[in-house]
Write a protein that binds this ligand. Structure first.
Ligand SMILES: [Zn+2]
Length: 273
């Protein structure tokens, strides 16, 4: 599932194509993805000018004309491709926009957990998906003090806590595992114990991991718009995630695998306490 760095990479990749560009074609292949798509999506977008995209959590937001915002969420299996010319759409390409100058943006989602919405700019603070989001982990709001306060009385694991988008936005399974390893904190530890010193380790660990992943995405971007249009976000050099049974890069103990509320955690039983 794409997390903050991948969504940021996609946002950066589509910027040059769509910013200031007028929409000439709109294709809507289904009435729903995870939820029903807005009615009149086609007519609302047609002929409109797109402005610079931005990101909130795992959502890409594209201001459309003067009054509306298009929200794209990649869900579990969604991807966005861009083309210099009109592509032949494939089976799972559910939404596509053509621009003046022939560029196309295509939204593909085989499992259909993604989502597309269009809403008035004035509703941005009250939008049901956006209003519940916690702070951006790379913002000044996300500090050890903030984390210490939010974990108070929380008996869930710190891993589950980090995946809760209402506490901090954009972190998923991969970067939670990586950040907890970097901070030397066990994913099993109760969230309420991560205050003070541990919060002071975890917050910068999260920020370093995310920044490195964004940088890697950015540097790989130029070469990663494939002839097939894919924005190939760089497969990050992950130290823990997906490496169950391999050696911990720090102490060589076997990396452990643990199921936590249906999600897999990877951790070192020696380095993470
Ligand atoms: Zn270790």
């Amino acid at each position: 599932m794409p997390e903050l760095p991948e969504v940021e990479t996609v946002k950066r990749a589509i910027g040059p194509l769509i910013t200031g560009n007028q929409i000439t074609h709109v294709f809507v292949g289904r009435k729903d993805l995870r939820w029903a798509l807005p009615v009149c999506l086609e007519s609302q977008l047609s002929k409109a000018i797109c402005h610079a995209p931005y990101r909130r959590g795992k959502y890409i937001l594209i201001p459309i004309g003067d009054e509306q915002t298009l929200l794209l969420h990649l869900g579990m299996s969604g991807s966005i491709r861009i083309y210099p010319n009109r592509p032949n759409l494939q089976k799972h390409d559910h939404f596509a926009i053509g621009f003046e100058g022939n560029g196309w943006l295509v939204f593909s989602d085989p499992r259909r957990f993604g989502y597309i919405d269009l809403f008035a700019n004035s509703d941005i603070t009250s939008h049901r998906l956006l209003k519940i989001l916690g702070p951006e982990p790379l913002s000044e709001e996300f500090t050890p003090e903030y984390l210490s306060k939010k974990v108070e009385h929380k008996t869930c694991s710190i891993k589950s806590f980090l995946l809760d988008q209402t506490k901090v936005a954009g972190i998923g399974n991969i970067y939670a595992s990586e950040a907890l390893f970097k901070a030397g904190i066990s994913p099993k530890r109760q969230a309420k114990t991560i205050k003070g010193k541990r919060a002071e380790r975890l917050v910068p660990a999260i920020q370093v991991i995310l920044k490195k992943a964004i940088e890697a995405g950015g540097t790989s971007l130029r070469d990663h718009i494939q002839p097939g249009g894919e924005i190939g976000y760089f497969v990050q050099s992950l130290q823990m995630y997906g490496r169950g049974g391999e050696s911990c890069p720090n102490c060589s103990a076997a990396i452990r695998v643990l199921k936590q509320s249906g999600r897999t955690s990877f951790y070192c039983g020696i380095c993470q306490r």
